[in-house]
Design a protein around this ligand. Structure first.
Ligand SMILES: Cc1cc2nc3c(=O)[nH]c(=O)nc-3n(C[C@H](O)[C@H](O)[C@H](O)COP(=O)(O)OP(=O)(O)OC[C@H]3O[C@@H](n4cnc5c(N)ncnc54)[C@H](O)[C@@H]3O)c2cc1C
Length: 379
């Protein structure tokens, strides 16, 4: 008789794995999460304090249902740990007729997302923190907000543990192998056997996946910078919504101050391909100079000198659509990875979809667009 170490193993307890642990633990008594380090480590895609949540989402109307479900679950996390999610609204600012604002408007038209269009004068009146070009206008998303990423992950893990799940820290899994009715996983010095395995290893996922999928993935380095506000109260969540901006060739996004001092501003520099274990946390002089120049120009209420800079890895797919679902050639193995720099906002809903599909074995329509089966073998 086959002996099992548990029902479901979750490899990687970051954004997706923590939420999957929480939602699976509500349905199965036998859930075990593994992480190379510990949940919410700042070496992962959880690092950097905050993440933007948006409902008016330029990336496409395909995400509409996931984002609605995620928002409800973020409110549930808030009920446990106040401050995980602050619904401060979100502002998109951009050149009239520019590509970003055009695709955002198209996505809003398709999804029906709540929004208000603000002309340049209205932007100046309501959000004077942003310096504008003559042809800028704005779109306000009232349901957008800011997520404390570390708190969200730690709260989800705590709820999972309260529901009976077990977390094994400081353990990097190096192999996943399907057998008849079971899946074997191994670290350097131990093996375990589970009925089903979920791979949520973020930027490190490729090493555990078949070549068909790993060839579709590329880990990237995402820099973040923080700037101190001259008048901090003007950059609190009540007065300064999360924002994304594409004005002419300036691209940036940011979050209000959560420590009453520093404002996170990012997106000004390119995301390079990287091995996540060799990622340089230091920003180059060119990266720092470009970030500072754009902040000085477009956010003049911030001191034009970063007080903190860091870089974090995330897993991208070649088509920028995540991989969520069973892996045909590895029976019993499910993957959720490749969130391409935008996954945090949907993470609780992805965790819920994983639980429904892996524990309940019910296909979830809101993740059908992201099936790994779409990726063909290139060899
Ligand atoms: C700088 C930055 C800014 C971002 N901004 C936003 C934003 O504003 N809004 C938004 O929605 N999204 C944003 N994102 C994207 C979002 O944070 C990621 O898409 C999301 O966190 C990815 O979740 P994940 O679970 O796939 O990976 P992670 O959260 O990185 O988790 C992976 C976990 O797996 C563990 N692991 C990996 N391999 C193994 C193994 N072999 N064995 C055991 N454990 C393993 C790691 O230690 C880690 O804990 C941002 C990402 C970055 C990097």
């Amino acid at each position: 008789m086959v002996e099992f170490d548990g029902d479901i193993a979750i490899i990687g307890v970051g954004a997706m794995g923590s939420m999957a642990m929480w939602r699976c633990a509500l349905r199965s008594q036998d859930v075990v999460g593994f992480d190379t380090t510990f949940p919410a480590s700042d070496r992962t895609a959880v690092g950097g304090d905050t993440r933007l949540f948006r409902r008016a989402y330029q990336e496409g109307a395909g995400f509409t249902d996931l984002l609605a479900d995620a928002q409800q679950l973020f409110h549930e996390l808030n009920a446990d740990t106040a401050g995980v999610f602050t619904q401060c609204g979100g502002l998109s600012i951009g050149t009239r007729g520019g590509e970003y604002m055009r695709s955002l408007e198209a996505s809003i038209a398709a999804s029906g997302a709540d929004h208000t269009i603000l002309d340049r004068d209205e932007l100046i009146n309501h959000y004077p923190q942003h310096a504008l070009f003559d042809d800028d206008y704005g779109i306000f998303d009232p349901l957008a907000g800011v997520i404390r990423s570390d708190q969200a992950v730690l709260t989800a893990v705590q709820l999972a543990e309260q529901a009976g799940a077990v977390l094994i820290r400081n353990t990097r899994l190096i192999s996943v192998a399907s057998g008849p009715g079971h899946v074997d996983i191994a670290s350097d010095d131990r093996r375990w056997r589970f009925r089903r395995v979920v791979v949520t290893g973020g930027a490190w996922s490729a090493a555990l996946l078949p070549e068909r999928l790993s060839a579709h993935l590329i880990a990237k380095r995402l820099p973040l910078t923080w700037f101190v506000a001259k008048e901090p109260e003007r950059y609190s969540p009540e007065r300064f919504p999360v924002f994304i901006r594409e004005s002419h060739d300036r691209v940036l996004y940011g979050a209000p101050s959560i420590d009453n001092t520093a404002v996170k501003v990012a997106g000004m520099t390119a995301y390079g391909a990287v091995h996540p274990d060799q990622l340089s946390r230091d920003l180059s002089p060119i990266e720092l100079e470009r970030a500072t120049r754009i902040v000085a120009e477009l956010l003049p209420g911030l001191f034009p000198s970063p007080v903190r800079a860091d870089a974090y890895p995330d897993q991208f797919t070649l088509d920028r659509v995540p991989l969520i679902g069973w892996i045909d050639e590895m029976p019993g193995v499910y993957v959720a990875t490749g969130f391409s720099g935008g996954g945090f906002k949907m993470s609780p809903a992805v965790g819920e979809a994983i639980a429904q599909e892996v524990v309940g074995r019910h296909p979830v329509p809101s993740v059908a667009f992201a099936r790994p089966a779409r990726v063909r073998n290139v060899l």
